[in-house]
Design a protein around this ligand. Structure first.
Ligand code: ADP
Ligand code: MG
Length: 237
């Protein structure tokens, strides 16, 4: 049933089997596109991403199904897209409801890079994608920050939670990227205050990392809901 459609044409008139999402769908026997909008398929194509990497194949459907996810895969294996694609698909459209997705990165450089990548993927949509900069943290009141997706280090975000009335109660999608580093760098307290501020009970939480030490997994399990674990390669290399 779905195979026949996968062999047909996608929304852009391309051979559907050549694009990343339809490959994921084909692999899973799901309907093509998973409801993936044309803008995302177009952007993935423009960026030259033809086939999903193993971590993308595994993590995208889990996150789309609404499950929490621990994902461990080597550096350079495409983890950014593995969490950013389902994030954009879940959010569907820009809204004025406040912050709906948060990505935590261990360093400012990584946060800035992730912001750039999310913007490229979201090209053609009106999503407001913001990097938590020093200037932004300096603003008096962040309660009405026009933002759909916020990318930050835990330190800056905690500062904003404590002093600037930032509202994270509507966050539907939370990612801890390079989570091994986040925990290594002793950011547990800050991460916890972010997790606590993201009080939406139907939040989808995910943790992406190149290594998954038992201590990190144990810690994270106490804060996630029945998470699915995906490991590509070895867990502790
Ligand atoms: P990681 O976070 O796992 O270290 P990144 O998400 O930074 O890896 O991706 C590493 C590189 O691979 C980036 O240059 C990215 O653009 C590229 N990449 C990601 N997904 C794909 C894909 N499906 N096909 C080809 N290249 C990809
Ligand atoms: Mg990465």
């Amino acid at each position: 049933r779905c195979c026949r459609r996968v062999k047909g044409k996608d929304l852009n008139g391309n051979s559907a089997s050549s694009d990343l999402f339809n490959q994921v769908c084909y692999y899973l026997g799901k309907s093509p596109g998973f409801g993936c909008e044309p803008y995302l398929l177009r952007n993935l194509k423009e960026l030259g991403f033809k086939e999903p990497t193993p971590i993308q194949r595994q993590a995208i459907p889990i996150l789309l199904s609404g499950r929490d996810c621990f994902a461990c895969a080597p550096t350079g294996s495409g983890k950014t897209l593995a969490f950013a694609c389902p994030m954009l698909m879940k959010l569907k459209h820009a809204s004025t409801d406040g912050i709906r997705a948060v990505i935590l990165c261990p360093t400012r450089e990584l946060a800035a890079q992730t912001t750039r990548e999310c913007k490229k993927l979201a090209k053609g949509k009106k999503f407001r994608i913001k990097l938590m900069t020093k200037q932004l943290v300096g603003k008096a009141d962040l309660s009405k920050l026009p933002c759909d997706i916020l990318i930050s280090t835990p330190l800056r975000l905690r500062l904003a939670i404590r002093k600037k009335k930032i509202n994270l109660s509507r966050v539907e999608y939370l990612v801890l990227d390079e989570s091994d580093k986040l925990f290594e760098l002793g950011m547990l307290k800050q991460i916890d205050s972010v997790v606590k501020a993201c009080s939406n009970p139907s939040i989808i939480q995910s943790l992406f990392s190149a290594t998954l030490p038992d201590s990190v997994e144990e810690l994270a399990r106490t804060r996630m809901h029945d998470a699915v674990r995906v490991i590509i390669g070895r867990k502790n290399t």
